[in-house]
Design a protein around this ligand. Sequence first.
Ligand SMILES: C[S@@+](CC[C@H](N)C(=O)[O-])C[C@H]1O[C@@H](n2cnc3c(N)ncnc32)[C@H](O)[C@@H]1O
Length: 225
Amino acid sequence: MNTRQNLQNPKNWPQNVEYVRDLQFLNSKITENLSLNSQKLQYPQADMATMERLSSSTFYATGGSSASGAGKNLQKLSSRSNPLVTIKIESLEKYPSHPAYPYSGLFATKDLKPGQLITPYYGRATSAEDTDPKSDYCLRLGELTVDANIIGNEGRFVNDYRGIMQKPNAEFREFINIDHNRVEMGIFVIKAKDMPRGIRKKTEITVSYGKAFWKSRNLLRETSS
Ligand SMILES: C[S@@+](CC[C@H](N)C(=O)[O-])C[C@H]1O[C@@H](n2cnc3c(N)ncnc32)[C@H](O)[C@@H]1O
């Protein structure tokens, strides 16, 4: 079900992008594939060449996709809490040395606990074949792609950690959204010994897009991991 009812755009939201609070599906076959009603999650099968192209043009969850196991062992969460309460989109215009200058980033407005869901990642859910290779906002969800280039939510503003901090403080992870009864991708605070307090207020939230994302754009620095 789509939720495109007169949503108020968050502060600093770009005019040419539609703000949504749910995945937008190109067709109902894709909706079924993520639904938990069928008890079995099966993504549309894509050929090897398409999957290889997807691997380099999209970013993906740490540890790969687990949803193909019928949603087993995934955390069950509600995303109803308003993400604007804990995060904000910030223009990087005042940070000329930031690698994503002069665009935007996602910042914590409160302390965020280790393991906490920061925001789901929403956009247009498409099959592998329909993935736009030119989009910089594509996230893999199993064999599907969530593209937040022209339709999305706050998640589309999360930057890669490279050039910003030593390592990411957040990660993409699949979870079961009990509000929608389906598997979705979310941005979560990393749980790590050296981050016992999670992400502190006013800190930028960063993930790793994966080396393949940068390599495919010829932007991987020799030193980056
Ligand atoms: C999903 S968008 C992130 C949000 C983007 N900064 C914006 O304001 O729309 C991904 C794009 O942001 C930029 N980006 C993200 N992390 C970066 C980094 N660490 N260094 C340089 N550019 C980055 C790159 O242009 C990348 O293709």
